[in-house]
Design a protein around this ligand. Structure first.
Ligand code: CA2
Length: 159
């Protein structure tokens, strides 16, 4: 049986609305479609993904906190919590898993309150403004990073 390193793909508040409204900002793909594409790409990259979405800050904090031992990295679109949540930032910093922050829209071209991410300083990197393909770019970046740091870091939590 092949065991694959597992990546947690997390979406925060209101991202369940993807594909239903605001296509000019967030595109036309549904969250289910975005997640299907992430799963398909992960297979090609030799990874497995688990996708979750929550509108609740504490649930996101719990999932991040529980990730070590089950996952080797995180792709995170924390939605509006990006700009407000010290708790999510502390959770990412606390677990120490490589995390890539994703934003579908270019937050720097939008309202000023979206220009600040509390999460970015504790992430490996940020992908922003490239639409829903940003999730796939984040997975590719994580796969490259995990390959670069070597197998010891990816052993353990596997599917
Ligand atoms: O651009 C992104 O991915 C955001 O994380 C999306 C958040 C926003 O608060 C961040 O500033 C940037 C909002 C997600 C709401 O998603 C919707 C999708 C379709 C219709 C309405 C909302």
């Amino acid at each position: 049986m092949t065991v694959l390193p597992r990546i947690l793909v997390l979406n925060g508040p209101n991202l369940q609305l993807l594909g239903t409204r605001k296509p000019d900002i967030y595109g036309t793909r549904s969250l289910a479609d975005v997640e299907d594409r992430a799963r398909a790409l992960a297979g090609e990259l030799g990874l497995a993904v688990e996708c979750r979405q929550s509108n609740h800050e504490g649930e996101l904090v719990d999932w991040i906190g529980d990730a070590p031992g089950s996952f080797v990295g995180i792709v995170l679109n924390a939605g509006a919590y990006t700009h407000t949540s010290v708790a999510i930032r502390d959770a990412i910093e606390g677990v120490g898993l490589p995390t890539i922050e994703v934003h579908i829209s270019n937050v720097y071209a939008r309202e000023e309150f979206r220009h600040r991410s509390l999460i970015a300083p504790v992430c490996l990197g940020q992908i922003c403004g490239l639409g829903t393909p940003g999730y796939e770019l984040a997975l590719r970046a994580l796969a490259a990073y995990l390959k670069q740091i070597g197998p010891a870091q990816t052993e353990g939590p596997t599917e």
